[in-house]
Design a protein around this ligand. Structure first.
Ligand code: TEU
Ligand code: CA
Length: 554
């Protein structure tokens, strides 16, 4: 593996709408990000991924772009964006934008022109099919529910959307579409962006000719995954995109890649891979279900461990994955991966530490460093997210009561991670002086940045220590590049691994509330990180407290 500039970095995802509002309209904005750069710098962040802030109707919170060359006025102006890039640079930080090019918005001018003249140039920017009475072109189910086919307004055609109907899929088979995408990427890179997070990218390649698949739910439709499993050749598009854009700028690119085959990993993230990195979603997939969220379950500590190690083994030294416990599409990691009733500062630090010390690039999602938790929804009216509303309906259709369906939603809703960032214990958690667009989590008086910044025992201070260790010149080589070797894998509720570089570190988390004793093969030279103020080391035995997490040099 060739070393690259981003290997040693620590990344942070900002969901702009919920980060910090500076003008009192209840919506977070780019000026809010600029104001909080020093907060992030103090934490130790190098790379900031901004979820979309392009011009958009916000039908899917900006993942539906109507102008790739503009900033949505609710988030600010292009001048704000330029200032953000410049202010980040001053602090040695990089900004990543979200690249959403599987689809655009139905309010994009390309789509409007396609409606006006479906047989013309812009008709071929999308997947259009002639409308036939009582029959759809294919039986695919959109990710957000219902058929992927929708009538093309004012025509006798239908268009394909694998996500929401306001997100028509772009036809990547058309070279003109690809040219437009590359032109836009380069335009942004010329502005001085560090790179991109690449949205839903596996969906750009459809299995052609489009056809039906085996229905997999009562609705008679078939999951997009069935089509994607058959689609061949996404790599040709991705390789072309790399060569025409990222590679020329040595930009960082991190792909939202699902379901890659082990033999494809070098193509994706090896030297000269399509991307610099890709997210590890193994633990979000484990416990998942094609039937819907109502059929998903919380995974156990042993499963969590198996997922992390499975990925690490698959990747080896091929490249760097990007490690997460949560993002804007997932519930809060601490609510999801810590057994019910055990969520506390110690277990939050343990989970964060176990994830952070894996080989790869750590991505911290806003509020994760504070230990922000899932929300308790009292009624479905409190939900904003389109995917959640669909899953609620799926749960009801499957026979869940309203209460059960609400419980499902509370556990898995994307809104769990989208509630406003908790800055202070003041009104609206200090996020806005107006009315927040989405309800603030009730626990903000207890969980907020202000109370944690100067508290050496806070979750945030613990994250700062983890980040500082990764940057410590004496340990960097091992923490960043060292090989990962699982240890005591068969021990129940214990996750432990070595990181072996020019030094040897042992990372260990007691993933349960009961104590547990481990026996080291060698001697412990030094305790580098501890989420308790004490470690009971006697000879080569360590009695770990419930959820104790240690990084030891041995
Ligand atoms: O998500 C793509 C994705 O693959 C979905 O699994 C998504 O996580 C799921 O539908 C959630 O219920 C990306 C973005 O991260 C997501 O926010 C967007 O909604 C989606 O693409 C469409 O752009
Ligand atoms: Ca605002």
């Amino acid at each position: 593996m060739t070393k690259k500039w981003w290997n040693e970095k620590v990344a942070y995802q900002i969901y702009p709408k919920s980060f910090y509002d500076t003008n009192g309209d209840g919506i977070g904005d780019l000026r809010g990000v600029i104001e909080k750069l020093d907060y992030l710098k103090d934490l130790g962040i190098d790379i900031i991924w901004l979820s979309p802030c392009y011009r958009s109707p916000l039908a899917d919170q900006g993942y539906d772009i109507s102008d790739y060359y503009d900033i949505d006025p609710r988030f600010g102006t292009m001048a704000d964006m330029d200032e953000l890039i410049a202010e980040a640079k001053k602090r040695d930080m990089y900004i990543l934008m979200d690249l959403v090019v599987n689809h655009c918005s139905d309010e994009h001018e390309w789509f409007k022109k396609a409606c006006q003249d479906p047989d013309g140039k812009y008709g071929n920017f999308f997947y259009l099919r002639d409308k036939k009475e009582g029959e759809l072109p294919t039986n695919w189910r959109s990710y957000f529910g219902g058929s992927v086919w929708e009538d093309l307004p004012g025509t006798n055609k239908q268009y394909l959307h694998v996500f929401h109907k306001k997100q028509p899929d772009l036809n990547w088979e058309n070279p003109e579409v690809r040219e437009e995408v590359y032109k836009n990427i380069n335009w942004w890179l010329d502005k001085g962006l560090g790179g991109f997070r690449i949205d839903a990218i596996i969906n750009i390649k459809k299995a052609l000719p489009l056809h039906d698949y085996e229905p997999d739910r009562e609705d008679g439709l078939s999951s997009i995954h069935n089509m994607l499993a058959e689609a061949q050749g996404v790599g040709e598009f991705l390789g072309e995109m790399r060569d025409r854009t990222f590679k020329k700028y040595d930009a960082f690119s991190v792909g939202e890649v699902f379901n890659e085959k082990p033999e494809e990993i070098p193509d994706f993230i090896g030297d000269n891979g399509y991307f610099s990195s890709m997210f590890d979603f193994a633990e979000t997939i484990c416990g998942g279900s094609e039937k819907g969220w109502y059929d998903c379950r919380q995974i156990t500590p042993d499963e969590y461990k198996a997922c992390c190690f499975g990925t690490q083994r698959k990747i080896g030294d091929i490249g760097f994955v990007s490690n997460i416990i949560e993002n804007h599409d997932e519930p809060r990691g601490v609510s999801r991966y810590i057994p019910e009733g055990d969520c506390c500062d110690a277990s939050k630090k343990m989970l964060g530490g176990l994830n952070f010390m894996l080989r790869g690039i750590p991505f911290i999602y806003q509020g994760q460093e504070l230990g922000m938790e899932n929300v308790k929804f009292e009624s479905i009216d409190q939900v904003d997210d389109i995917s959640t509303l669909d899953e609620y309906k799926v749960a009801l259709d499957a026979g869940c009561t309203q209460d059960e369906a609400l419980k499902v939603v509370s556990r898995f809703s994307r809104d769990n991670a989208r509630t406003p960032m908790q800055w202070t214990d003041g009104e609206n958690a200090g996020f806005t002086t107006g009315k927040p667009w989405l309800r603030v989590n009730e626990n903000y008086k207890k969980i907020n940045a202000e109370s944690q910044i100067n508290d050496p025992d806070s979750v945030r201070s613990f994250y700062k220590k983890l980040i500082a260790l990764r940057k410590n010149p004496e340990y960097k080589e091992t923490v960043v590049y060292g090989a990962l070797e699982p240890v005591w894998e068969e021990v129940h509720n214990l996750m432990a691994y070595y990181r072996k570089g020019d030094r040897t570190l042992l990372v260990v988390g007691n993933y349960q509330k009961e104590p547990q004793t481990i026996e080291l093969a060698g001697e412990c030279k030094k305790i580098l990180i501890n989420n308790y103020d004490h470690a009971a080391i006697v000879g080569n035995k360590i009695e770990l407290q419930g959820y104790q997490f240690l990084v030891l040099e041995i």
